[in-house]
Design a protein around this ligand. Structure first.
Ligand code: SF4
Ligand code: ZN
Length: 316
């Protein structure tokens, strides 16, 4: 098997591109896919301050490394979710990567900051673990970006993640979610920082190979809570289709970005936002005199069930 670009010995085959690459040409391929995503979807301007959500996994570390390689400076934010050994290991690897590459990594510890870890919060709030985790990550990433004066929050969601999310939302006709699914979500005066997903043109196999070939040590074990994550089943369904017909995933997702998104009324994206009465973050208006964001409602429920343990978080 020879590299499509330079004819050297190829180390990876990418059926959806009908191509194989040697390691150097594969790195170039990954950088080009990320730059194309950034340009096509107007993700990052030259002087933007970028904060990346770092989990210690292959996607976020590959993203951080690729952005540095193409000259985009970014700081990282690691959220300690308190998921046993998994969080300990992922935190170690995130710090090791940052130190080795001379990058700044901030850390937020959930227990210190909001009064619960993810397993405890999910039990107390009586909600699925991944729902509590996803809500906490979105909230804290946005909050830390606002407080730190960042223009952009970047996350390591890749082609497999985004196509699986789209499939799940379409299967359940969750039209509002479909209408809002995009690789770039603009900032909002109410306080949402602009969010971008520069890996939407790279699949999981590519980010894993990027890390292995670059010698980046990432947390390989799956999160022990992943059993409750329905997104996995959608990923597997798309993997079956991709194996039969390479390119299905990207046709599905890019076709949606180019043509499908307009089928869902833009009005669905225009939601009146107000400040959460507890933390000051933007939230859809509830119609009541005061509104609380989904995170603060979930946190209050968790803390009430725990008998009032935990500190109040105040507007920052
Ligand atoms: Fe969080 Fe669920 Fe992902 Fe684990 S699998 S990190 S609990 S979203
Ligand atoms: Zn709030």
């Amino acid at each position: 098997m020879k590299c499509r670009r330079c004819r050297a010995h190829a180390v990876i085959e990418l059926p959806r591109h009908n191509a194989a690459f040697c390691s150097d040409c594969f790195f170039l391929h990954c950088e080009r896919q990320v730059v194309k995503a950034i340009e096509d979807h107007e993700m990052i301007d030259g002087d933007d301050r970028v904060l990346i959500g770092i989990s210690g996994g292959k996607d976020s570390l590959a993203l951080w490394h690729i952005l540095k390689g193409v000259g985009i400076e970014a700081d990282g934010l690691y959220l300690n979710l308190g998921i046993g050994d998994y969080s300990v290991r992922s935190g170690e690897l995130a710090r090791k990567f940052a130190e080795a590459n001379g990058l700044e990594l901030k850390t937020v510890d959930l227990v210190d900051q909001v009064g619960f870890d993810i397993p405890g919060g999910a039990r107390s709030a009586r909600r699925p673990t991944c729902s509590v985790c996803g809500l906490s990550k979105r909230h804290l990433l946005n909050r830390e970006a606002r407080v730190g004066g960042y223009d952009i929050v970047a996350t390591g969601h890749n082609l497999d993640d985004e196509s699986a999310t789209l499939l799940g939302n379409l299967l359940h006709w969750q039209n509002e979610y479909v209408a809002r699914q995009a690789p770039t979500l603009p900032d909002d005066e109410a306080g949402f920082v602009k969010k971008v997903k520069p890996l939407v043109r790279l699949g999981e196999k590519e980010t894993a190979a990027y890390c292995v070939l670059r010698g980046i040590d990432y947390v390989v074990d799956e999160c022990p809570m992943v059993g409750g994550n329905t997104g996995l089943a959608y990923k597997e369904a798309l993997s079956v289709l991709e194996a039969t017909s390479p390119g299905t995933r990207q046709m599905f997702l890019y076709g949606f970005y180019e043509r499908g998104r307009d089928l869902f009324p833009p009005a669905m994206r225009d939601i009146e936002l107000v400040s959460c009465a507890e933390c000051g973050c933007p939230t859809p208006a509830s119609g009541d005199p005061v509104s609380y964001c989904a995170f603060c409602k979930m946190r209050r429920q968790a803390i009430r069930t725990q008998g009032g343990a935990g500190q109040e978080i105040r507007a920052r």
